[in-house]
Design a protein around this ligand. Structure first.
Ligand code: HEC
Ligand code: HEC
Ligand code: HEC
Ligand code: HEC
Ligand code: HEC
Ligand code: HEC
Length: 302
């Protein structure tokens, strides 16, 4: 029987084969090697092997979807929300709201928890009566925190042409200084900006001190890491970076289960249709172009 000899021959064969594979950078599984390196860096932080409830997309379809998901517009308009439903009915110009300008002064939780703005475009259904009563935009646009809703109609209500074009918001309105640049999305690296103190957004309108959101359980202080199925890639999610801007309740339990890792129906395709991570990372937070921030093994795409 040959089998007895095989183990003795194997290392002799495996060495040169391995070198050949490294040189070709294609045969065998580069991803496993990549993971092994990452494992050395953080053995305390396991990589979760996910299960799914659906098949993964064929690669060409995935690439097409990815390309469609990239943001290619001007940086100062990324994150803008054009509201026109109620305005149209009253023959007013549509309202353009800039996340980029506002988030330099306030965290997401101020608007999306305290002031109860919906995280779905049009979801709040803001009326003039409501904001005149101090709700929504009116909580700040009262002539105290910002210009009043009683005047300056045309700062909010602006002309938007048939192609959806309007005069871009001016950088002069951005709070903060020396904002760290980014080559895609709205052009600003907001994680670095808040960590370095380039911006100091308020985390509450009512409390002097920023309220404590629920403390982060110690096992969530390191990033969550998991692998996908086909093509395989490493996904990294840091709770720590997200709670600089967001409250637990912005994600749990509506977007993600808090009970455990590995929601089975959460896959790439649904992200690219604007669910899960895509609900923020295709609209307001840095867009899909920044592949390498979520996948340390992928290159960014423009
Ligand atoms: C000053 C208030 C304010 C701040 C701060 C703010 N938002 Fe918003 N956000 C809004 C408003 C207003 C809308 C539109 C709501 C509507 O149409 O009903 C919105 C909509 C959204 C949407 C839905 C987008 C879409 O196209 O459907 C997302 C996602 C979102 N915000 C995420 C964020 C994130 C993430 C942050 C922090 C980085 C943030 N917002 C900070 C006011 C704010
Ligand atoms: C949490 C407070 C807050 C809320 C809520 C808020 N704003 Fe503002 N907004 C500001 C501040 C502060 C400025 C900076 C200008 C100033 O100091 O007057 C500003 C500036 C603006 C500007 C001028 C800059 C630009 O983007 O052209 C517009 C327009 C505007 N807001 C629209 C809105 C609309 C529409 C809403 C509601 C959908 C809204 N804001 C909700 C605080 C707020
Ligand atoms: C801080 C921003 C802001 C300012 C300033 C502002 N509006 Fe609005 N306005 C809004 C938003 C947001 C809506 C809802 C937009 C939508 O859904 O189409 C709205 C809607 C309206 C509507 C539709 C009716 C309704 O009940 O929703 C009218 C009419 C209107 N505004 C008139 C005015 C007039 C007149 C002024 C100036 C005296 C003004 N607005 C100033 C933000 C503003
Ligand atoms: C930006 C969205 C987001 C925010 C904000 C957020 N989480 Fe999570 N959380 C996630 C995601 C994504 C997962 C993984 C879910 C999955 O794989 O199904 C998760 C998982 C969890 C889990 C289960 C994982 C485990 O190993 O136990 C807990 C507990 C949790 N989060 C607590 C919190 C707490 C507490 C906060 C606020 C301090 C918070 N999260 C804020 C997105 C978020
Ligand atoms: C905001 C974070 C984020 C960005 C940016 C992002 N992805 Fe992903 N990607 C994910 C998540 C989350 C998953 C895995 C969802 C799941 O299956 O758990 C994923 C899955 C994948 C997969 C595996 C697909 C499958 O069907 O299993 C590939 C390949 C991938 N991404 C490539 C890319 C490329 C290329 C880019 C840049 C164009 C990119 N991603 C940008 C978060 C991101
Ligand atoms: C509720 C909104 C929201 C959701 C959902 C969300 N993110 Fe984010 N994410 C943000 C915001 C806000 C930032 C700050 C940077 C920015 O806005 O560009 C951020 C930053 C990041 C960063 C940069 C971290 C750093 O330290 O530089 C990564 C990576 C990331 N998100 C991945 C993900 C992945 C993967 C998911 C899904 C599992 C996800 N995010 C879901 C809002 C969100």
């Amino acid at each position: 029987m040959n089998r007895m000899h095989w183990p003795a021959h194997f290392p002799a064969l495996a060495g040169p084969l391995m070198l050949l594979c490294l040189a070709l950078a294609g045969c065998g599984d580069n991803f496993d090697r990549f993971l092994a390196q990452k494992e050395l860096a953080g053995p305390a932080n396991p990589v979760f092997q996910k299960k799914y409830s659906t098949d993964s997309l064929p690669r060409s379809e995935l690439d097409q979807l990815l390309d469609m998901a990239l943001y290619k517009g001007p940086p100062e308009q990324y994150g803008d929300i054009v509201l026109r439903d109620r305005s149209d009915r009253h023959r007013m110009d549509p309202v353009v709201f800039s996340h980029r300008i506002h988030r330099s002064r306030f965290t997401c939780r101020v608007c999306h928890i305290e002031l109860e703005f919906s995280m779905k475009k049009g979801g709040t259904g803001i009326t003039r009566q409501e904001y005149l009563d101090g709700l929504y935009c009116g909580a700040c646009h009262n002539g105290d925190i910002a210009f009043s809703v009683k005047y300056s109609c045309n700062l909010c209500h602006v002309k938007v042409d048939k192609q959806g074009r309007y005069p871009a918001k001016k950088d002069a309105m951005l709070g903060g200084r020396n904002l760290p640049p980014l080559g895609y999305g709205d052009g600003i690296n907001w994680v670095e900006a808040i960590k370095s103190g380039a911006v100091t957004p308020r985390n509450s309108l009512t409390a002097e001190q920023a309220p404590q959101s629920m403390p982060l359980p110690s096992h969530l202080q390191l990033p969550l890491r998991w692998t996908t199925r086909s093509p395989r890639t490493l996904v990294v999610f840091s709770h720590e970076s997200h709670i600089l801007w967001l409250d637990c309740a912005n994600c749990h339990p509506d977007l993600f289960s808090i009970a455990q890792m590995g929601t089975v129906e959460f896959d790439k395709q649904k992200n690219l249709y604007g669910m899960f991570c895509g609900s923020c990372h295709m609209t307001v937070a840095f867009p899909m172009n920044g592949c390498s921030r979520c996948h340390p093994d992928q290159k960014n795409r423009m």
